[in-house]
Design a protein around this ligand. Structure first.
Ligand code: FAD
Length: 448
């Protein structure tokens, strides 16, 4: 039915949300020759100065890269913009540091990319397709997903705009309006969880010479048990620093003195890099944002509507996989378009029936990593396990891929990564038990 990835039928597709995932999905569908209209609540980010909200930069890994490759943007992103991060650099309270490499076996790394840069790149790329229209300042306010109708309110003119589409794609983020409409459908499962922690973004500027103030090719972490700080490098040699902390702890820091002594106590090495004045400005200039995790299913309404990205599965950011998982959604959908030759009902049903296992898996993993990053990394048990994992990985890399590596550096479905970890745990556990028994027997028999 298809040649060159082109579809025979030309669908009228309305995408709600022109964030990272929506603007990427527009490219996938445009490539297939469909007519795509992209509706975004905010102004065109390419024309407005950076607004606060969401993270400023993010970690791009293999799943996101694969999707970018399909639309021809991977190389540009990696070579011209991404900053490689080859491991975690842990900052201890005494200001000393050590490195935990991500992948010594195959030398893969993750890339720090600017959210606005990537989003703009995707939108710019969509300009090269005559079959894509972009409508900014359009907020979805009502919809009938079964009929395929949407009502937007223009935030600039206050006008209402009605739209009909063969297919509606909800890529409108963690607080999705399309998902809200789906919740009215029978048999729709939904759960959300706010974690106790919020996040606040700070900045380590470039030095006077315009250089990085810390080694650039690492994701820096200051794990402090119940809270932590991380930093990812930017193109202009500054760092976006994110403080994750319980809202209650944020509240106790209510004066400049308390803030400075808090940093002196817990993040002493970062203080001169951020600068006291800038720290005070940035800390009190913003307020901590909440982090929400959303699980729901099914993702579709018949062959008419589907949600992807954070709208379908917002996850906490501790595995660096939210965007990557959303980008992978685009790939999965694209493969189904190919498989079912434009039978929307089949495509959306299969997407919904199969994808949730993997998104639930990454959601759980991210929740687990929430603890690992701020606390467990500092414990001997974590480092011993990691040493074992790395050793076996090094010896038999096809057979034994540690969990973090399978999630970040392979295209193995997330649910499979979790299964893998389970049998690895079993083997390690069995070896430990066998080792203990053996030692005991050896001891016993040598005394006979
Ligand atoms: P969004 O980026 O939220 O975009 C949704 C868009 O829809 C927005 O532009 C919004 O304006 C628009 N919209 C909303 N409502 C409406 C409406 N009613 N009508 C029209 N438009 C609407 N992921 C990674 O892979 N790696 C990382 O390192 C990483 N770090 C993160 C750090 C933090 C602190 C946070 C919060 C997230 C992080 N993520 C990371 C996750 C990542 O940000 C999200 O998964 C990603 O932004 C999801 O993209 P999206 O397009 O689905 O949603």
């Amino acid at each position: 039915a298809m040649q060159n990835g082109y579809s025979k039928k030309k669908f009228d597709v309305a995408i709600v949300g022109g964030g990272l995932v929506g603007s990427l999905e527009a490219l996938f569908l445009a490539k297939r020759g469909h007519r795509v209209r992209l509706y975004e609540y905010r102004e065109d980010i390419r024309r407005t100065p950076q607004v606060r909200g969401r993270s400023i930069n993010l970690a791009l890994s293999i799943r996101g890269r694969k999707a970018l490759k399909t639309v021809g943007l991977e190389q540009h992103m990696i070579e011209n913009h991404g900053i490689p991060m080859v491991g975690r650099m842990i900052h201890k309270v005494d200001s000393s540091t050590y490195v935990i490499p991500y992948d010594t076996r195959t030398n893969q790394c993750i890339y720090s990319v600017g959210r606005n840069y990537l989003n703009s790149l995707l939108l710019n790329e969509s300009e090269s397709y005559t079959n894509v229209e972009r409508h900014f300042n359009h907020k979805l306010i009502a919809s009938d997903l079964k009929k395929g109708t949407l009502t937007f309110k223009r935030t600039d003119t206050n006008e209402e705009v009605n739209v009909n589409a063969d297919l509606i794609i909800g890529a409108d983020g963690a607080f999705s309006a399309v998902r809200k409409a789906m919740m009215k459908q029978p048999l729709f499962n939904y759960s959300q969880q706010y974690i106790e922690h919020g996040y606040l973004e700070l900045c380590i500027p470039a030095n006077e010479k315009g250089e990085f103030q810390m080694p650039p090719n690492y994701l820096h972490i200051w794990p402090r048990g119940t809270f932590m700080m991380i930093a990812l490098p930017n193109q202009d040699c500054s760092w976006t620093v994110t403080l994750f902390m319980p809202f209650n702890t944020f509240k106790t820091i209510d004066s400049e003195d308390k803030l400075i002594s808090f940093f002196k106590e817990y993040f002493p090495d970062s203080l001169p890099l951020i600068g006291e004045k800038k720290l005070i400005e940035d800390f009190f200039g913003g307020s901590p944002s909440p982090l929400v995790s959303v699980k729901c299913r099914p993702y579709n309404v018949n062959g008419k509507a589907v949600i992807i990205g954070d709208a379908a599965h917002a996850v906490v950011p501790f595995y660096g996989q939210g965007m990557n998982a959303g980008f992978e959604d685009c790939n999965v959908l694209d493969e189904l378009f190919h498989k079912y030759g434009d039978d929307l009902e089949k495509i959306l049903n299969e997407f919904s029936d199969t994808r949730w296992k993997d998104t639930y898996a990454i959601s759980d993993l991210a929740m687990y990593n929430y603890k690992e990053m701020r606390d467990l990394v500092t414990r001997p048990s974590y480092r011993i396990r990691k040493a074992f994992d790395d050793l076996i990985f090094w010896a038999v890399s096809d057979f034994w891929v540690p969990l973090y590596n399978s999630v970040t550096f392979t295209l193995m479905p997330y649910s499979k990564c979790v299964e893998n970890r389970r049998w690895q745990d079993k083997i390690l556990y069995t070896c430990i038990v066998a080792g203990v028994v053996f030692t005991f027997l050896a001891f016993f028999f040598t005394r006979l």
